[in-house]
Ligand binder design. Structure first.
Ligand SMILES: [Zn+2]
Length: 303
């Protein structure tokens, strides 16, 4: 069993969902993020948040995967202050919804003043509603941005055990783990931070506070990064218990603090039934026969 605690599945296909289910992914977390281009109206944030708690959650269920999400104003779009103000008013309406396991992904991109302002406001929101936080660390000047993310989080009184710092690398992991945070790693294909490097990190730091994710989105990324990394760890002789922590249990423990995510959600999940609809809409297209688990006449998805 695997959890991918950072994947933007709204931008992925149903083939991906089927492959993820076959590979043993039981649950996923979809963080609110930008769209590859800036939004221009608060309404497009609203519709996006609605899809994260609505349609996408339903769509995942039709492929046997439990979908959770995080809600937040991402750091890139924090730089449009007029829009950011409007989004901040929306957030309290969403953070309490079913399946919302954190405020995120928030933090720094270019490390501007506006990013800092909205990061701080959202830390206060997370604290107020007692939700974990998912921090996106910047790709440029990563080390400084990561340290600043933690400093500011502490300034706002957040308990490190409630905070997942994502997109780590070898330069940041030591301090993140030593300060008591969850250190998440995004495994992108054809990059420095691939599965091989992840194996070395587990060898060096153990898996007590380490989380593996794919961050797959509409860019070149891999929705099977978590199960593939787990397989490589196994081949390289990493103990099963460490693989279980990094690829399943730590994400569950960290985001389970929300009270919205429990193992029984997928262990006792209802069977897949693609005859179901959400507001009259289905994942089926003209003439397709629905997959129904436990019905031998249908094309069943099974483990
Ligand atoms: Zn992301």
């Amino acid at each position: 069993m695997f959890i991918d605690p950072h994947i933007h599945v709204s931008s992925r296909t149903t083939d991906d969902y089927e492959a993820m289910q076959r590979a043993g992914i039981k649950a996923i977390i979809e963080p609110a993020f930008w769209l590859g281009q800036p939004r221009t109206k608060v309404g497009s944030f609203q519709d996006y948040f609605n899809s994260l708690v609505g349609w996408e959650r339903f769509r995942a269920s039709q492929f046997g995967i439990k979908h959770y999400c995080t809600i937040g104003l991402n750091s890139k779009e924090a730089n449009n202050e007029a829009l950011a103000e409007e989004v901040m008013e929306l957030l309290p309406l969403y953070v309490g919804k079913e399946g919302v396991v954190a405020v995120g992904e928030i933090g720094y991109d270019d490390q501007t003043k506006a990013e800092d302002k909205y990061y701080r406001l959202q830390l206060d929101l997370a604290k107020e509603v007692n939700l974990p936080v998912m921090i996106h660390t910047p790709h440029r000047d990563k080390k400084r941005g990561t340290i600043k993310s933690m400093d500011v989080s502490e300034e706002h009184g957040l308990d490190p055990s409630m905070v997942v710092v994502d997109h780590n690398n070898e330069e940041t992991v030591r301090e993140v783990v030593d300060r008591g945070y969850w250190a998440a790693f995004t495994i992108y294909p054809h990059t420095k931070m691939g599965s091989e490097r992840m194996v070395e990190i587990i060898r060096q730091y153990g898996a007590e506070r380490i989380i593996v994710d794919s961050a797959a989105d509409w860019g070149i990324s891999d929705p099977l990064a978590v199960p593939k990394t787990a397989k490589l760890m196994k081949e390289k002789g990493i103990e099963d218990e460490l693989i279980h922590l990094a690829c399943y249990q730590n994400a569950l423990t960290a985001y389970g603090h929300s009270g919205q995510m429990k193992e029984s959600d997928w262990l006792n999940a209802e069977p897949i039934d693609q005859r179901k609809k959400l507001s009259g809409n289905t994942v089926l297209r003209g003439g397709q026969s629905p997959k129904v688990e436990g019905d031998s006449s249908s094309d069943i998805i099974e483990n």
